[in-house]
Design a protein around this ligand. Structure first.
Ligand SMILES: Nc1ncnc2c1ncn2[C@@H]1O[C@H](COP(=O)(O)OP(=O)(O)O)[C@@H](O)[C@H]1O
Ligand SMILES: [Mg+2]
Length: 364
């Protein structure tokens, strides 16, 4: 098993694309860490340099405090799994999984025991005699995952392994991946652009943008205490709403002349900066909509999307567009004029460089 450390790692492709910029990151022994970010942010490059499939320009990579970046890929003992995992078509599922163990010439009894254990955890004992042509997409991916895991590598690197599967299969299989990873205790980096998937399986999540690590933490850390606007907007669905604010005083703010109550930690953060170009961030859950009130922030409902027990309501306000989540039975009609109120203790403020003012201070 291994504790992985990236120290100042940068990767620039020959055409000048900076895929990884000065990455410092520790993946703890036995941890499942998700790399989360939009397409092109450097997730695949990060695990490919770790696996030794790409060279990098600067920095070092360590496993249990020993440098591994000069080692060839085979010596790094990473098992990789991609979105499309090729199986041997002429071999049964059992033999596909057993392949890496046969290559190592393990005794047949041990191979049988290990394949059976993996098949059991992935609930596919009944499929072991089938060839890939008789397996569904989800079953094939399970076999691929089983084959990558059976040799119990030092680390497990998964690059959007469930990307092409149907939604219900993704949900089922990610739970199984998590179970298997916990059972085997293998350090795992799991790449995804899907925040729900990351939230469901990760011990910690790394948010990346344009090759740079933005923030590392649990899903709730990222959701409640985003360090900057990128993380605030990328994590949480529907995204956080941003409205420009005026400073009315050293420690008070207003949106279009309407004073917004804020919590004491946020007031303290406000007093500590001279910045005047501030942006207020509000989660759609932290709005309430009521009847319009004179001298309050009012808006016009532009779209109502029912989602079962709640509805997502888009409102056009003089300060900009806003999104609120309201209980279905209290949703307004499109075209209605509504008054917006904010949960003062849950607000976020960002400075003109897009950094959170109340970094690490709780939700607001
Ligand atoms: N072989 C390559 N040559 C040049 N640029 C590349 C290559 N592979 C990836 N890139 C670029 O590097 C950046 C990061 O890519 P990648 O790591 O694949 O991101 P992600 O996996 O997050 O989508 C992107 O701008 C991508 O276009
Ligand atoms: Mg990728």
């Amino acid at each position: 098993m291994a504790r992985i450390e990236f120290k100042g790692v940068s990767k620039t492709y020959p055409d000048g694309t900076r895929a990884i910029v000065d990455l410092d990151l520790v993946v703890e022994d036995g941890e499942l860490l998700c790399l989360l970010g939009p397409s092109g942010c450097g997730k695949s490059s990060t695990i490919r340099v770790l696996a030794g499939l790409e060279t990098f320009s600067d920095g070092m990579i360590l496993a249990d405090n020993n440098r591994i970046d000069h080692l060839p890929p085979q010596a790094r003992d990473c098992a990789m799994i991609f979105e499309n995992y090729a199986l041997y078509p002429h071999l049964t599922a059992f033999e596909n999984i057993a392949m890496p163990l046969r290559a190592r010439r393990l005794p047949a009894s041990e191979i049988k025991a290990r394949v059976t254990k993996i098949a059991g955890i992935l609930r596919m004992e009944h499929l072991m005699g089938r060839r890939p042509s008789r397996l569904s997409g989800g079953e094939k991916q399970r076999v691929g995952i089983g084959r990558a895991l059976v040799r119990e590598p030092a680390m497990f690197l998964m690059d959007e392994p469930l990307g092409h599967l149907e939604a219900y299969l993704r949900v089922e299989l990610r739970a199984e991946i998590r179970k298997l990873q916990e059972r085997l205790g293998i350090t795992t980096i799991y790449v995804t652009h899907d925040q729900e998937e990351a939230a469901a399986i990760a011990d910690r999540i790394v948010v990346m943008s344009a090759g740079r690590l933005q923030q590392v933490g649990s899903f709730l850390d990222l959701f409640d205490r985003p360090v900057n606007r990128f993380v605030a907007e990328f994590v949480g669905e529907p995204p956080m709403v941003f409205l420009p604010v005026e400073r009315t005083n050293a420690d008070s703010i207003a949106v279009k002349g309407v004073r917004i109550p804020i919590s004491e930690p946020l007031r303290a953060a406000l007093r500590a900066t001279q910045d005047r170009e501030l942006i207020l961030g509000i989660r759609p859950n932290d709005f309430s909509l009521g009847p319009p009130v004179r001298d309050h922030l009012n808006g016009t409902v532009t779209l109502v999307q029912p989602q079962g027990d709640h509805a997502i309501v888009a409102v056009s306000t003089p300060a900009g567009p806003a999104t609120a989540i309201v209980p279905s039975d209290r949703r307004p009609a499109p075209g209605a004029t509504v008054g917006l109120t904010f949960a003062g203790e849950r607000l976020h403020l960002f400075d003109s460089a897009a950094r959170a003012l109340n970094k690490g201070e709780g939700g607001g």
